[in-house]
Design a protein around this ligand. Structure first.
Ligand SMILES: Nc1ncnc2c1ncn2[C@@H]1O[C@H](COP(=O)(O)OP(=O)(O)O)[C@@H](O)[C@H]1O
Ligand SMILES: [Mg+2]
Length: 366
């Protein structure tokens, strides 16, 4: 059982705040992904958990016990770096056995454990090679193997796939997820790639400027984003945000889309974040895949007339750049959707999913 709790953690380099009151709590077997743009503090937070960097305030506990004053080697945490950090002069077997040798394990124990992990990662046939005789994906596997042989309580990964080409990155993503399903080790994984975050995580912390913008399950983050940063960072193409003005009437909320005569009535939503005032400046959030183009729209869908500017077939989908009044939006339609460039067409959007944000603060209000 390995749970991890980060409480009110802060970090300064000199007098610059790098991390501000970070609160994250994960359970045994969770796969936490820290995701955010470059420079937001992901590696710093991971290095603090590993003990490679001291924290400035707050606490980190593993299974209820404080670890922040322990040396890295006393923490029982293994880290896989982006650069792999393999020893070039050692064989794969020696590289993988290294942490066991450092801990004084017998040669028999080293050989047995390396063989077991090599089988798990399907690199048994590579044990006598040196790192320069391996492909990028194979090196990545050896680096993971070296972390696995120790049987640590927690696994840390810092952008482990960013040196691989696109195809291999997708394969290794599946492989790491499969590995996690088998060994169920509590894991913290850092990436700037929102697709890796969505596909791999059981919990996601979206970070920006040293702050956690939202912490939750992938579906919390995607369906109920806390603010416009999270809403637009997660998902591709990005969520559309249409400027709109509030017209609340008798408990219900209506939006007038700015620069148009379109008025959108929004169904009441549970867990609505903040009350909306009449005249308040808002942003109406619509994910590209919520647009539907069909000759018979379901009743649940609100009809929006739009002019089709550009069509981009991707194979499985058809991306359509649309104009709604003065606004540009992106829709993700099925490949065979009946649309043509230049025409004004009626689209349907599922208002049960639509989101509304305050335009000044970016905070979600509906
Ligand atoms: N040793 C350091 N001294 C001073 N500033 C640092 C140091 N390490 C990182 N930083 C700064 O901290 C911020 C977060 O960096 P980092 O954690 O590497 O971000 P990320 O991994 O999200 O790209 C950046 O602004 C970076 O310049
Ligand atoms: Mg980093």
């Amino acid at each position: 059982m390995t749970s991890l709790k980060i409480d009110n953690l802060t970090k300064q380099f000199g007098n610059v705040n790098i991390l501000s009151s970070i609160n994250i709590s994960i359970d045994d077997g969770d796969f936490l992904v820290l995701v955010g743009p470059s420079g937001c503090g992901k590696s710093t937070l991971l290095n603090i958990v590993a003990g490679l960097e001291p924290l400035s305030g707050g606490s980190i506990t593993v299974d209820g016990r404080s670890i922040q004053n322990l040396e890295p080697k006393e923490r029982d945490i293994a880290m896989v770096f982006q650069s792999y950090a393999l020893y070039p002069s050692m064989t794969v077997e020696k590289n993988m056995a290294f942490p066991l040798r450092m801990r004084g394990k017998s040669p028999q124990e080293q050989t047995a454990k390396v063989a077991e992990v090599a089988e798990l990662l399907q690199i048994g046939h590579l044990l006598n090679r040196k790192p320069q005789q391996l492909s990028g994906g194979q090196r990545q596997r050896v680096a993971m193997g070296r972390a696995l042989v120790r049987d640590p309580k927690i696994f840390l990964f810092d952008e482990p796939l960013s040196n691989l080409d696109a195809k291999l990155r997708v394969d290794m993503r599946t492989e790491i997820k499969r590995l996690h399903q088998r060994v169920k080790k509590t894991t913290i994984y850092v990436t700037h790639d929102q697709v890796e975050a969505m596909t791999m995580a059981t919990r996601i912390a979206v970070m920006k400027d040293g702050k956690v913008q939202q912490f939750g399950t992938p579906s919390d983050i995607y369906d109920q984003p806390a603010n416009t940063f999270v809403a637009t960072f997660m998902g591709s193409p990005s969520m559309n945000l249409l400027p709109a003005t509030a017209q609340p009437s008798g408990g219900a909320l209506q939006l007038q889309i700015d620069g148009t005569d379109i008025v959108v009535p929004l169904p009441a939503k549970s867990g609505t974040a903040a009350p909306v005032q009449a005249g308040q400046s808002l942003l109406f959030g619509l994910r590209p895949e919520w647009f539907l183009r069909s000759d018979s729209l379901p009743d649940s869908h609100f009809g929006l007339r739009a002019a089709v500017d550009v069509l981009e077939p991707t194979g499985p989908d058809l991306y359509a750049a649309l104009r709604i009044g003065p606004h540009e939006v992106m829709a993700r339609l099925s490949a065979d959707a009946p649309v043509a460039v230049g025409a004004a067409v009626d689209f349907g959007v599922d208002l049960g999913k639509a989101l509304v944000f305050d335009r000044d603060s970016g905070v979600r209000v509906h």
